[in-house]
Design a protein around this ligand. Structure first.
Ligand SMILES: [Zn+2]
Length: 290
């Protein structure tokens, strides 16, 4: 902070101004410190703990059907509405989140994300700001990916090894993928849509895992129970890996919102199917151990 000496000649005036300058400098530092402290506390109001990951039988890709419940963007409603339901049904999800949004309205705070991680959900990157990576320069792509990893790491939301990734809008090309593959262990795409009946052509079938092109199925308010059940039936019949993709879990009626009631029916259908569930990390680890 630089002040003009010519304009403030009296020494008393200078002291007052210095005091003001000091306050202006220090107060934001104190409040940022407080804000950070507050953000980093795990928020344990609503999260129901899942069984310890170790205690759950390891999901085994190719040998049995599997479901991985995934979420994109890190909406706060995932924490407030979906997490308690998943806790009830003992389903651990993979959360592709946007670390730039931690302090934004309608998005999960750091504390909420931490609380989800501690309950057994996998937190990982969906880039830093939800940029369409195919439209960025190499330098910008690196920044989007590296900043997301740095911030998640800073808040103890990830283990650095075997990080999984999902690109915003599913937008990738070979240039983007060269950056992604050097940092992440997998990429989930958005090739599937649960507004259609499942032909299964895109679902990961036994022996057909392509780590950097794993098909996810977008679930929206348009998805019928029959379509959801159809995907589970297909997975069961073919030992396939069904990966639904959710966004907000609320009553907004947005195209990609699902109501808490519908979400609960889906979780119930998964449980009733008898198909094992696991996070991306768990499923891909089981693949490595074979
Ligand atoms: Zn997204």
């Amino acid at each position: 902070m630089i002040m003009s000496k010519n304009r403030y000649r009296s020494s008393r005036g200078a002291i007052v101004l210095n005091a003001i300058a000091l306050a202006v400098t220090i107060l934001p530092i104190i409040s940022i410190g407080w804000w950070t402290f507050d953000m980093v506390k795990p928020d344990s109001r609503q999260t129901v703990s899942l069984q310890q990951i170790e205690a759950r039988p390891a999901p085994r890709l190719h040998e049995e059907p599997l479901v991985t419940v995934t979420f994109d963007d890190g909406w706060e409603s995932i924490y407030s509405e979906a997490a308690p339901i998943m806790g009830q049904y003992q389903i651990a999800s993979t959360q592709y989140i946007l670390p730039s949004q931690f302090n934004a309205p309608q998005y999960m705070s750091v504390g909420q994300a931490l609380s989800m991680r501690q309950a057994g959900h996998e937190i990982t990157s969906h880039t830093y700001t939800h940029a369409n990576l195919t439209k960025l320069s190499d330098k910008q792509i690196k920044e989007e990916l590296d900043t997301s990893i740095e911030v998640l790491k800073k808040f103890d939301l990830i283990d650095e090894d075997n990080l999984n990734f999902a690109a915003p809008l599913g937008a990738t090309d070979s240039r983007v993928m060269s950056h992604v593959e050097s940092r992440f262990a997998s990429t989930r795409n958005v090739m599937g849509d649960l507004g259609k009946d499942i032909s299964g052509n895109d679902m990961t079938l036994p022996g057909k895992l392509d780590r950097y092109n794993i098909t996810g199925y977008t679930v929206g308010q348009y998805t019928t129970d029959e379509q959801f059940q159809g995907a589970l039936n297909y997975a069961k019949k073919h030992n396939a890996w069904f990966i639904p993709i959710y966004h907000q879990i609320d009553d907004s009626g947005d195209k990609y919102s699902v109501t808490p009631e519908t979400f609960e029916r889906h979780m119930k259908m998964i449980k009733a199917s008898g198909i094992k569930t696991g996070t991306m990390r768990e499923v891909l680890r089981s693949e490595e151990s074979q």
